[in-house]
Design a protein around this ligand. Structure first.
Ligand SMILES: [Zn+2]
Length: 58
């Protein structure tokens, strides 16, 4: 079964993954799986989060 991996922050489609691979491979951190869509973070958003862990908006 193929599921679509989408960035939960910018909604960018990261790629497709086989659901079977989730258990056998430690890939990108998957936050949530809804239906056949896996929400994760793309490398760009992941990088931004690491750069600015405390982004304070006023
Ligand atoms: Zn993103």
């Amino acid at each position: 079964m193929k599921i679509l991996k989408v960035c939960q922050t910018c909604d960018r489609i990261i790629g497709e993954i086989e659901l079977d691979n989730l258990t056998s491979h430690n890939m990108d951190p998957i936050m949530d799986i809804v239906g056949n869509v896996a929400y994760a973070l793309c490398s760009g958003c992941l990088h931004e989060m690491e750069m600015e862990p405390r982004n304070v908006y006023h």
